[in-house]
Write a protein that binds this ligand. Structure first.
Ligand code: AMP
Length: 542
């Protein structure tokens, strides 16, 4: 017997309709690329998104066409997501921090037909547009007044373009499994792989993301996504926030410590999300210039492991709860978040921080397990680590063009490439990327754990650990540190700091100080580059 409930497809257009109908005047505030702060609301966002959809259809773009965006988080970028998905096309967020050749490769792989681009990236697009034959048009996210001269054959200013539509457009009624968005994985090895979100996965992901143990967003929140929309589906925030009816505050291109402090305080932001690098920058700014964060309730930190000193500073000094989160482009991206269950509610001080070092537990809709190499599930004992595997309605079941098929098994488990353990209360902790784990004497050493502790040293700004070949142990850890400006720690200082905090046999065999640690376009440590740089380095113990 079938249920007798309505078949109401889970579409992105339903999200903006809900926001525009039920929270029409809720603020959408952006730092514009042109300079001033810009203020609008969900009703106006929907109105303008309809114009985009109308224009796209009129100009012959079709269901399933990939429409790229290379843009900061602003109201215009938000309108594009809803305009594109509302007529059945697919938003494809491009990361402008990639090398031009990578961008050309990705755009050709996706066969992007139109590109919405911010003024900042116009020179980049001018340099690569000719190498992307599928690209028919470029819409520059600005108005006539700020539109620069450009040699691009078919370029128009966004505001001028929108004047050509009246917005009389009904969202297309689509199957909820229709593709809605696309984002390429960073591809540290081999070519990047395309992840193709559906309307359904996006909507379900937003429902899980807004729940209390996840992002905990409601109509009284004021959310500032610093994580760019082009990083891992923008952590889903472009959908979650309107769904919750929360105010949305966006930083545009200004992501330095001073600007973030200003927008957090002036816009009375209650909840924000970004990678650890951003928070280290903000905390440095606050240390140097002073300041308080009276409205901030919650800071969602993910993308790479959150150093304990960041959690400690936000919670103990600034009174904002840190929510450590783990996810992947392939997971829309939320996988786990570290809220505190009753089982851990009594903890304080370092005991609590030790739990918050973990990446946490999944919301409804994500299943996870840790297995050994033979796919045997490992115990949830908080120490046995192995391959982390996941499945659920907002987890990819394949990559675009079926690349990387070996990562998905017949029961739909996706091998994340992360190494982790899960404790008896279901809290997962990442110990490494599978390819970064250090294999010493047949045992595994977690590079992430050593890095986290090392950056807790007051004179260390950033730390990375890699495994180097060793004649006896196979591999041994090398700790690479960047000193904090104006500080001069010695090797012995740093090693002394680690003592007692990690097992003896995890102790790095050497410490080197460098000016800079290389990062990926998403701001993560580029271990491949470090391994290359130090490949002929001989450890003193070797
Ligand atoms: P991306 O798809 O670019 O967001 O990268 C996903 C990868 O980032 C994951 O597979 C992890 O290796 C890493 N990652 C994300 N969040 C965390 C976290 N909180 N702690 C440690 N690693 C993380």
């Amino acid at each position: 017997m079938r249920g007798l409930m309505q078949d109401w497809p889970l579409l992105c257009s339903k999200v903006i309709d809900h926001a525009a109908e039920e929270h029409p005047l809720r603020e959408v505030v952006s730092q514009s690329v042109e300079g001033p702060m810009h203020r609008t609301n969900y009703r106006e966002v929907r109105e303008r998104a309809r114009k985009i959809a109308q224009l796209l259809e009129r100009e012959g773009y079709q269901l399933g066409d990939r429409i790229a965006t290379m843009a900061w988080n602003t109201w215009r970028h938000l309108e594009c997501w809803y305009g594109i998905t509302g007529m059945g096309a697919v938003y494809h967020t491009l990361n402008p921090r990639l090398f031009p050749e990578q961008l050309v490769w990705i755009m050709n792989d996706a066969e992007d037909r139109l590109l919405f681009v911010d003024l900042t990236f116009l020179p980049l697009v001018e340099a690569l547009a000719a190498k992307v034959p599928s690209l028919k048009k470029v819409v520059v996210l600005t108005d006539a007044e700020h539109m620069p001269e450009t040699e691009l054959p078919n370029a128009v200013a966004y505001e001028t373009w929108l004047e050509g539509a009246d917005g009389d457009f009904a969202w297309r009624e689509l199957d909820e499994n229709t593709a809605a968005g696309m984002c390429y994985t960073s591809g540290t090895t081999g070519n990047p792989k395309g992840v193709l979100y559906s309307h359904r996965s996006n909507v379900l992901h937003s429902m899980m993301a807004q729940s209390p143990d996840a992002m905990n967003i409601s109509s009284s929140s004021r959310m500032l996504p610093i994580v760019p929309f082009f990083h891992a589906n923008g952590w889903g925030i472009a959908l979650t926030t309107p769904m919750a009816g929360s105010a949305l505050v966006m930083p545009g291109p200004k992501m330095d410590g001073a600007s973030i402090y200003r927008i957090l305080t002036e816009e009375r932001v209650t909840c924000t999300a970004a990678v650890p690098t951003i928070w280290l920058m903000l905390l440095q700014h606050l240390e140097a210039h002073g300041g308080e964060l009276p409205d901030l309730e919650r800071v969602i930190i993910g993308g790479s492991a959150c150093p304990r000193r960041v959690t400690e500073a936000f919670q103990n000094r600034y009174g904002a709860q840190v929510v450590h989160a783990w996810g992947m482009t392939e997971m829309s991206p939320l996988g786990t978040l570290c809220a505190i269950k009753p089982e851990y509610a009594g903890l304080t001080g370092d005991d609590l921080l030790a739990i918050e070092d973990k990446q946490g537990f999944p919301p409804f809709g994500v299943e996870m397990k840790v297995t050994d190499d033979a796919n045997v599930t490992l115990p949830r004992d908080g120490k046995t680590f192995g391959r982390l595997k996941v499945r659920g309605p907002s987890v990819a079941k394949a990559y675009y063009k079926n690349q990387g098929a070996e990562l998905f098994d017949e029961e739909a488990w996706f091998d994340t490439g992360d190494v982790a353990h899960i404790d008896q209360h279901g809290y997962m902790q990442i110990t490494d990327r599978a390819k970064d784990v250090i294999k010493s004497g047949g045992e595994w050493i977690s590079s992430i754990e050593i890095e986290n502790i090392a950056v807790g040293h007051p004179d260390v700004a950033e730390a990375a650990v890699i495994g180097l070949a060793h004649p006896k142990w196979d591999e041994r850890p090398l700790l690479i540190c960047v000193k904090r400006e104006g500080h001069n720690p010695s090797k012995a200082d740093v090693l002394g700091f680690l003592e007692g905090k990690i097992a003896k046999w995890w102790m790095p065999d050497d410490v080197v100080f460098v000016e800079e640690i290389p990062h990926t376009a998403a701001g993560k440590i580029r271990k491949t580059a470090l391994r290359e740089e130090f490949k002929s380095y001989v450890l003193p113990t070797a």
